[in-house]
Design a protein around this ligand. Structure first.
Ligand code: ATP
Length: 592
């Protein structure tokens, strides 16, 4: 019996040892871990050796084997803790259930082992708890982040909408402002500041600051202290403004000529301030540097093509200059050039009916004509500008449109005027012909100033007839045209006085109200009636024995005398003798 008991007692120990061996092999334990196992082994052996077999129930025996196996595995696979956890848990649960099912057995455990298992359970539970709290924290964070991202996305969307809305509001404001200007019929005034020229010291500029519509000039006072003066216009362009930017701002105005509005754009400013640059471009032209004249015609050609099929347009141009109070045709060779007359009441609606009028259909036609015109224009060298325009030049674009659906005919013209530069003759030290030119230029600009002043004061008499320039611009300044003055200034501090008087003049121009512009459109019926009247008049004249008049009025008149499909200039006869300029009063004109 004792032997039996002994063998029974040693059996579990052997089982434990066998299990330990198999785990050693399975788990490939390291030497330190082997040492731990040995001590555990010893512990179990010591515990069981002095116990009677009946004290060690079989169930405890198997339990111990499992516990030992689990410990060994834990030691061998510390890094695989996560995977192992369920097993360990299973074991500990088994242990717990065994302990629960058999209190006696539990009591038979060594207290150290039991505590250690409970501790393990507790740790595992704690780990589980903290893992699940970390998990739920992470989940909350993820939800929070995704909510935040959605919110930020929404806010960005709102912001970008608001930004584009803001630009739209600005644009709308500008349009409304322009509409008010249209209704009031104010002369629009744009200001452009020329950059310093290559080789010029540009350390100090007389321009203290610029905003979209305001320019501030440094004004030297008598006592050496610098002050400043601000001027407000419809638009201010800084020295860095490109030709394209300048053009795109005036494009809507230019386009309105195709809707039957008369348009006048004139460049004003001191000599060398950039008038010719804005209107025509620099001496050497490129696609980027071409000025308003080329761009305007190009744009009109594009619109003409777009509206083809709805409205048929005929576009033609005239180019004249006013030099020493004589009007000359720039599209005629200098040998044949005669002085021409300005007629504001011309039946044909032309200010200078005797100047060549040339139909144009393409940009190359225009480029050719402009080259010819520029070559014929009088330029000379002054102290301030070595290629100074000594005359006022005017490119007039005539448009006749036939609306194919309504039968309406519209007629309009656009003057693009590059004025000669005002000049302080004492400063430019000109003599002889240059002096005479300068005096004529100043005199006509002074006459322009007088016209502007009486228009601004709404005087009943406006002295248009005091100069050829004001005569030419009469319809644009006093009629129902849309007029824009482009005032130019130089940045050099030594011409600041001229700059200030130029800007003061420009402010006065901006205050002139012309009344709302009107489109020159005629419906089919009105035109028929007019034609009937013309026919009746012609019949009357015929009856009275003046056949030459009948010829010009019997058929529907080609009021512009346009040579359809032929881009060669129509040269007119000189009708006016050269004006006598001998007794011109030679006086220096004060800046406006
Ligand atoms: N915005 C600009 N950018 C670069 N260069 C410019 C600009 N404006 C003018 N210039 C240059 O300044 C010089 C004088 O310009 P421009 O001949 O156009 O002046 P102007 O006012 O027409 O002079 P004038 O009344 O004497 O004919 C030219 O060399 C021209 O190329």
């Amino acid at each position: 019996m004792n032997k039996l008991m002994r063998s029974h007692t040693t059996e579990p120990i052997q089982k434990v040892l066998i299990a330990k061996q198999s785990i050693e092999t399975d788990c490939c334990l390291e030497s330190t871990e082997m040492a731990n196992l040995e001590s555990l082994n010893m512990l179990v052996r010591t515990l069981l050796l002095d116990k009677k077999p009946e004290e060690v129930p079989l169930i405890v025996e198997s339990l111990l084997i499992k516990v030992i196996q689990e410990y060994e595995c834990r030691a061998a696979n510390q890094h695989l803790m996560g995977e192992e956890e369920p097993n360990l848990l299973k074991v500990t649960e088994e242990v717990s259930s065994v302990v629960r099912n058999d209190d006696c057995v539990a009591e038979q455990f060594q207290p150290g082992t039991k505590i250690s298992i409970e501790l393990q359970q507790k740790h595992i539970q704690e780990l589980r708890n903290s893992l699940s709290s970390v998990k739920s924290g992470m989940e909350q964070l993820r939800i929070q982040y995704s909510e935040d991202f959605t919110k930020i996305g929404r806010q960005l969307y709102i912001l970008s909408n608001a930004a584009s809305g803001y630009h739209k509001v600005l644009e709308d404001n500008r349009k409304l402002y322009n509409q008010i200007q249209d209704l009031k019929g104010n002369i629009r005034v744009y200001c452009r500041v020329r950059p310093f020229l290559p080789g010029q010291a540009n350390s100090s500029s007389s321009v203290a600051g610029m905003e979209e519509r305001t320019i501030t000039i440094i004004t030297p006072t008598k006592y050496g202290k610098d002050g400043s003066k601000s001027f407000t216009f419809n638009k201010v362009f800084g020295p860095a403004a490109t030709q394209e930017e300048v053009f795109s701002d005036m494009q809507p105005l230019i386009r309105s000529v195709l809707d039957g509005f008369n348009v006048c754009i004139f460049a004003y400013g001191q000599t060398g301030s950039g008038k010719t640059y804005t209107m025509s471009g620099p001496n050497v032209l490129s696609e980027k540097s071409v000025g308003v004249n080329y761009r305007a015609l190009n744009d009109l050609f594009n619109l003409q093509a777009q509206r083809k099929g709805t409205i048929n347009y005929e576009i033609s141009v005239q180019m004249i200059e006013i030099y020493n109070e004589q009007v000359r045709d720039l599209l005629q060779d200098s040998g044949n050039r005669n002085t021409l007359e300005i007629r504001n009441t011309s039946q044909k609606g032309l200010a200078v009916p005797d100047a060549s009028i040339v139909p144009v259909t393409s940009t190359s036609d225009v480029a050719e004509l402009m080259n010819q015109g520029q070559k014929n224009r009088v330029v000379g060298s002054t102290a301030i500008n070595d290629r100074s325009s000594r005359s006022h030049s005017c490119l007039t674009v005539h448009v006749q449109g036939h609306d194919l659906t309504s039968g309406t005919i519209l007629r309009a013209c656009m003057h693009l005027v590059d004025l000669a530069g005002s000049e302080r003759v004492d400063k430019s030290e000109v003599v002889g012909d240059r002096l005479k030119e300068a005096l004529y230029i100043n005199k006509s600009l002074s006459a322009l100033g007088d016209v502007i002043a009486s228009l601004a004061q709404k005087n009943s008499h406006v002295p248009y007839r005091n100069s050829k320039l004001t005569q030419l611009l009469q319809d644009s300044l006093g009629g129902q045209a849309k007029t824009l003055m482009f005032v130019h200034i130089s940045p050099e501090p030594d011409v600041v006085n001229e700059t200030i008087s130029t800007l003061k003049f420009a402010e006065r121009v901006a205050s002139v109200e012309l009344g709302a512009a009107k489109a020159n459109k005629e419906g089919g019926e009105v035109r028929e009636l007019k034609e009937q009247i013309a026919w009746l008049k012609a019949a009357l004249v015929k009856k009275e024995g003046e056949p030459e008049n009948i010829q010009s009025t019997q058929s529907s008149p080609n009021i512009y005398g346009i040579n359809k499909g032929n881009a060669t200039p129509v040269f007119r006869k000189n009708r006016q003798p050269m004006e006598d300029v001998g007794n011109l009063e030679l006086r220096t004109v004060k800046p406006f």
